[in-house]
Design a protein around this ligand. Structure first.
Ligand code: ACO
Length: 329
């Protein structure tokens, strides 16, 4: 038995920040951001709003849509690099917020590939038959680690996330294969150096802005195109599929040019590629579940469709997944 996604939901904060808003606070332009990335706007959390608040909206929505009580949930997995705090886990905060008294859970750090790592992990629990309902949420509050004086990173990211409930299928549909990768030699090219045990917070670390994400954008771009296209192509080959067999390709939304290059390499027509980067920017672990939930809600996917998901991010981490859509509804 495979695990299948029976429900999807998403949430982005209300506050919209346009490229024109950013023009006012840094040396950038709407034209540059649109043409180099495809991003038109992003959502940022409001005051006193954090990752667990986004998750709580998503979790409540999942329960409502699937008509479940909080006690039906066995495990909560939150994929994020921007937890509310290092301890307790965001999963524990969400468990308490929704009153899922039977659930245990944990946070999972896989950067932009975090949702795929979370789905794979959750699926294994479900497939073991020891657990019936696993909630997996991919979410990030990137505005909390963005240096708004650094135009190389600040224009790219947004806040938000989405989630799913995983259950067992009655047949061989659902999540039927994945290729997941990691290469830690890529770490220095995209990281947030301070705030962990290597460089705990000091006045100096804060003054030197070490608690913000920093990157070598060109190197990330190069590896992202190759990494995402390689694993997407490989999983198709493994199952003797071509781009024509895919009903919808949901790629990580980092840069429209990265998405186009990956889709092109896999021979997937542009009308079968889900793109929402113009609306949300890069929400890190949030991009895939936001896309999945949008596709689900707007009828872009129906039972029996074959979906290809792919992502690449800090670590390096990357991966692809094939899902035969079957919501059991
Ligand atoms: N506004 C205006 N100009 C800018 C900006 C900005 N926000 N940022 C950089 N520039 C300038 C640069 O300073 C440079 O100027 P110069 O020629 O005078 O030196 C010029 O624009 C071109 O810079 P490049 O770095 O060559 O621009 P490029 O076309 O590579 O685009 C970008 C940069 C958008 C960062 C791209 O490399 C990219 O998307 N990389 C991937 C990064 C990423 O997605 N990281 C997120 C996490 S990882 C992931 O999700 C896959």
């Amino acid at each position: 038995m495979n695990a299948t996604i029976t429900t999807t939901a998403r949430y982005v904060p209300k506050n919209i920040v346009t490229n024109h808003d950013l023009e006012k606070i840094m040396d950038t332009s709407d034209e540059w951001i649109k043409s180099r990335t495809g991003i038109h706007q992003r959502h940022f959390v409001g005051e006193n709003e954090a990752t667990s608040d986004i998750c709580t909206h998503i979790a409540k929505s999942l329960l409502e849509k699937r008509n479940l009580s909080p006690d039906d949930i066995d495990i909560i997995i939150i994929s994020t690099v921007t937890p509310d705090m290092l301890a307790p886990s965001t999963a524990a905060i969400v468990q308490n917020n929704i009153g899922a008294s039977r659930a245990w859970g944990f946070d999972l750090s896989g950067a932009c590939t975090g949702f795929l790592y979370g789905l794979e992990t959750g699926a294994k629990f479900v497939e073991s038959s020891q657990y019936n309902k696993v909630m997996v949420i991919g979410v990030d509050t990137m505005s909390s680690i963005l240096n708004l004086e650094d135009r190389n990173t600040a224009v790219l990211f947004g806040d938000g996330g989405g989630g799913v409930i995983l259950e067992q299928t009655g047949d061989n549909s659902g999540i039927f294969d994945s290729i997941l990768k990691m290469d830690g030699s890529g770490g220095p090219f995209l990281q947030m150096p301070a705030g962990g045990s290597r460089m705990p917070a000091t006045i100096e670390s804060v003054e030197n802005k070490m608690h913000y994400i920093r990157q070598d954008g060109r190197t990330v771009f190069k590896f992202a195109v190759k990494g995402m296209a390689d694993v997407a192509e490989k999983i198709l080959e493994k199952h003797q599929l071509t781009g024509d067999d895919i009903s919808l390709f949901i790629p990580h939304q980092a840069n429209k040019r990265i998405i186009d290059a990956a889709a092109n390499r896999c021979g997937i027509d542009s009308d079968k590629v889900l793109i929402n980067i113009h609306e949300y920017g890069n929400t890190t672990a949030g991009t895939l579940p936001i896309g999945l939930s949008e596709a689900d809600d707007t009828g872009k996917i129906k039972n029996g469709d074959l979906l290809l998901l792919a992502a690449f991010g800090a670590g390096w981490t990357w991966g692809s997944m094939l899902i035969k859509w079957d919501t059991l509804s």
